[in-house]
Design a protein around this ligand. Structure first.
Ligand SMILES: [Fe+2]
Ligand SMILES: [Fe+2]
Length: 364
């Protein structure tokens, strides 16, 4: 750690209703370059401390209407002030209770009357130096945290980018598929938000919903692009896209939510889905969300094997599947936010080409 650049032009707030003491403290500090503000009232002084953020507080323990101890506790409990050093001025060196009390309110130091100017300045310098180190450590920690979260975000974006490239390379990503993924991501974000999730978690689900069918890159075109009914064997292979996607994302060290979404987005709330047959809350919430978003989009989009269902009919079908296919809590959020779904659907319309390369949701 670099040496802290220590200068003496600090703002010191002196609190004492003993005018003689206040004048004495001021006289010990001002000639040495310290800027001193004096207050004789603890409450007014506290307001000034909050407004002016002095570098250090020097408080008489015999203050009123708050004692120096109470004032110190207020400062240390205030998140914006807690790193401000507080030195208490006490009357009796041999009073151990005062020393104990000073420690219990997190005072940084305690000095005794009669105050010696040299000792006062030495203690002030020690407290200010410590504060400067603490600030340096805190800002370094903040810098590192920001760096870590930026790197994490970059890795997440890179994972999604790589998968998008993979999808493109395997010719899965025609225009309709692109819009399907976009809509499923946005529907999922609406549901996550409606469930009261933190903004960061909503964003992760929005991002990782795009990977729900990534396992389809491992399936042959003869299945993906088949216009007729799949044979039983082909259907089994199609279902394996959940396992393939999961494996791919585990290998890529993708986030746990991404892995869950790929693996469990075809599970049913009643346990009759695939690939594991998990039920109810045992299915990770992010997968229950993407499951509904994916099926809604599949229902309301034209497919090579059927025309789109209108949105209100799709909503009715989803509600009918409450407790069997879908989580009833997620359905409640969906119903409350159906207007948002309609707006997203309107904004990211398909281009009128029936998807042939894609069997999402109900048929995936
Ligand atoms: Fe799928
Ligand atoms: Fe899908």
């Amino acid at each position: 750690m670099n040496q802290v650049n220590f200068v003496s032009s600090f703002n010191i707030m002196v609190l004492s209703d003993d005018q003689k003491l206040a004048v004495q403290l001021e006289a010990y500090l001002k000639p040495f370059g310290y800027m001193v503000t004096v207050s004789g009232n603890a409450l007014e002084g506290l307001d000034q401390i909050r407004a002016n953020r002095p570098d250090l507080v020097l408080a008489d323990i015999a203050l009123t209407p708050l004692t120096g101890f109470e004032l110190c506790r207020s400062i240390k409990q205030d998140p914006g002030l807690k790193n401000t050093p507080v030195i208490l001025v006490a009357g009796n060196y041999s009073d151990v209770d005062q020393k104990v009390k000073a420690l219990s309110v997190d005072a940084d130091d305690i000095i005794y009357r009669p105050v010696h100017g040299g000792e006062l300045r030495a203690r002030l310098r020690a407290s200010l130096r410590l504060k400067a180190y603490v600030q340096q450590v805190l800002s370094e920690r903040q810098r590192l945290e920001e760096m870590v979260s930026k790197r994490t975000r970059e890795i997440e974006e890179m994972t999604v980018g790589l998968v998008a490239a993979l999808e493109k390379a395997s010719s899965l990503n025609d225009d309709d598929t692109g819009n399907h993924i976009q809509r499923v991501c946005l529907y999922s974000a609406v549901l996550a938000q409606g469930l009261g999730m933190e903004a960061e978690q909503v964003e992760r689900i929005r991002l990782y919903a795009s990977l729900h069918d990534v396992g389809k890159v491992g399936l042959p075109d003869s299945i993906l692009k088949k216009t007729g009914k799949l044979t039983e064997e082909e259907h089994k292979q199609m279902q394996a896209h959940t396992l393939l996607g999961h494996e791919l994302l585990v290998t890529a060290h993708a986030a746990p939510e991404a892995q869950s979404i790929a693996l469990y987005h075809h599970e049913w709330y009643d346990g009759s889905g695939y690939p594991t047959g998990l039920s109810a809350d045992a299915i990770p919430i992010e997968a229950r969300i993407v499951c509904l978003a994916d099926v809604y989009d599949a229902l309301t989009s034209d497919r090579c094997y059927r025309d789109a269902v209108n949105p209100s009919e799709a909503a009715r079908m989803i509600v009918d599947d409450s407790n069997s296919h879908f989580d009833p809590t997620v359905i409640n959020v969906f119903m409350r936010n159906h207007s948002h779904f309609l707006a997203i659907r309107n904004r990211y319309k398909n281009r009128g080409v029936k998807a042939t390369a894609f069997r999402p949701g109900l048929h995936g």
